[in-house]
Design a protein around this ligand. Sequence first.
Ligand code: NAD
Length: 287
Amino acid sequence: MTKIGFIGLGIMGGPMAANLVEAGFEVTGYNRGRAKVDRLVAAGGKGAGSVAEAVRDADVVMTMLPDSPDVRAIVLGADGVLAHASPDALLIDCSTIRPDVSREIATRTRALDAPVSGGEQGAIDGTLSIMVGGAATDFAAAEPILNAVGCTVVHVGAAGAGQTVKAANQLIVAGTIELVAEALVFLEAHDVDTAAAIVVLAGGLAGNRILDRKAAAMVDRAFTPGFRVELHHKDLGIVQAAAREAGVTIPLGALVAQLMGTLVAQGDGGLDHGALIKLVTQLSGRE
Ligand code: NAD
């Protein structure tokens, strides 16, 4: 049986680790603060009080942490994964971080970057899309594990390529949320029945997953995350840096990055990213 050490049991990591337990893997979880570890134990996993304890006996180490510095500290830090895991262990980092940090980690250990898309519901349902960068042999070894948490698991290239594809994903998602937000505020201003409009829009060429999954909550101004604005702000920073590095111009991406940054500056970083509608409402003088 494959033993998995799982670090970062938050909105995404918690249900992903629980699904791995459900699939029959032996999962030892670690998170800052005991409550999230206890939740995994209640789901049939094992709890660890440190990174060392989580990874000591692991064949595979998975990380699902907020940002590049968190992954760097947990993996490369003095008391981190590399210091305590077996040299043969495979690291699968599912966090969304900078591609160059993923590449740096891959020079130090056997590692895949495997960021995910599909949101909290996708993590709970085990239906995530997972874009994987790294060696083909490591991808083959990781596939049974990734298939337990995702439905669309694709090897997209060498180390860092998973993060580059995820950056493109975050560009599309942010831009789409912004356009859905603008359309909804526009419909409200015209006193149209937004619920009826969402149904018909979703059936035509304008149909998209944001309309299907997020528009109703956006109309209700219900912003419990989900995916926090501050994390999407981080991701749009990654997108902009990567676009600049490649010499690619992304005018709409740059604009939506400014809008996401405005929400953070206004103290709304903890809200779901559907809160872009809050900003459109405010900019339209309709609060
Ligand atoms: P989260 O903040 O809910 O989870 C992160 C967890 O890591 C938290 O429980 C936190 O306590 C823990 N943590 C942070 N630093 C730690 C440390 N040093 N030691 C131990 N534990 C530590 O965030 P999330 O929404 O689960 O997102 C995790 C990653 O997945 C991010 O990179 C995010 O961009 C990405 N992501 C999120 C979603 C989503 O919808 N929430 C979707 C796709 C990808």
